[in-house]
Design a binder for this molecule. Sequence first.
Ligand code: ADP
Ligand code: MG
Length: 245
Amino acid sequence: MNGDKIIEAKNVSKWYGSFQVLTNINLTVRKGERIVVCGPSGSGKSTLIRCFNRLEAHQEGEIVVNGIALHEKMRNVSEVRRNVGMVFQHFNLFPHMTVLMNCMVGPMWINGVSQTEARERALKFLERVRIPEQANKYPIQLSGGQQQRVAIARSLCMQPAVMLFDEPTSALDPEMVSEVLETMTALAKDGMTMVCVTHEMGFARAVADRVIFMNSGQIVEEATPDDFFTKPQHQRTKLFLSQIL
Ligand code: ADP
Ligand code: MG
């Protein structure tokens, strides 16, 4: 079963200066798995997933993503980024480009895909997130929920092996949360490998194969959604659940 590991983190630790932000993280994400990561603010969730596409560097332990070992001397960071899609809290779309161009530039400039193919691909994924009619608008003309769906489509256009989501709905107005969660649920049903930092526990219950709970830079609990919500083991998890549910 070695070949189907998309992300493997072994004993990963990281410091910001003298502050240890991650401590001995062990996590394996297999092809097609959906992992939800939750935990209190400041527990290291963003830092962890940013290590998976080398937006951050870890100092101890091993991270292998889609067969590529991430370390200081690696030369193929861009190859890792091509394999790993990332969706942020604040959509990070290119404001001066149309929705369509936002989705086309990655494949064209980074993967060398032809303009014709990039356009076809962009339209296909805009269709998939159900906003093909917005293709020629600029990001600012779209609602937050629509912009986040464009950000998801833009990532999908790179045909990544795994998608990382960092609290994709937490900057949205409440009425726009469900459209983004529905898009993510549809992706999960299509078999996309996903690591989602989110506090949307309904989504976690419906979609996750495993829920990871982090506290102070450590994974303190890892369980199926059923076990996680009905019989959390750790005191810190119980407290967290009592605060958010
Ligand atoms: P979470 O996503 O769970 O809220 P983060 O990974 O963003 O947590 O942050 C974990 C801890 O690391 C926090 O205490 C935060 O203040 C600190 N931190 C995050 N980024 C940096 C940075 N670039 N430099 C120093 N400290 C940071
Ligand atoms: Mg965060």
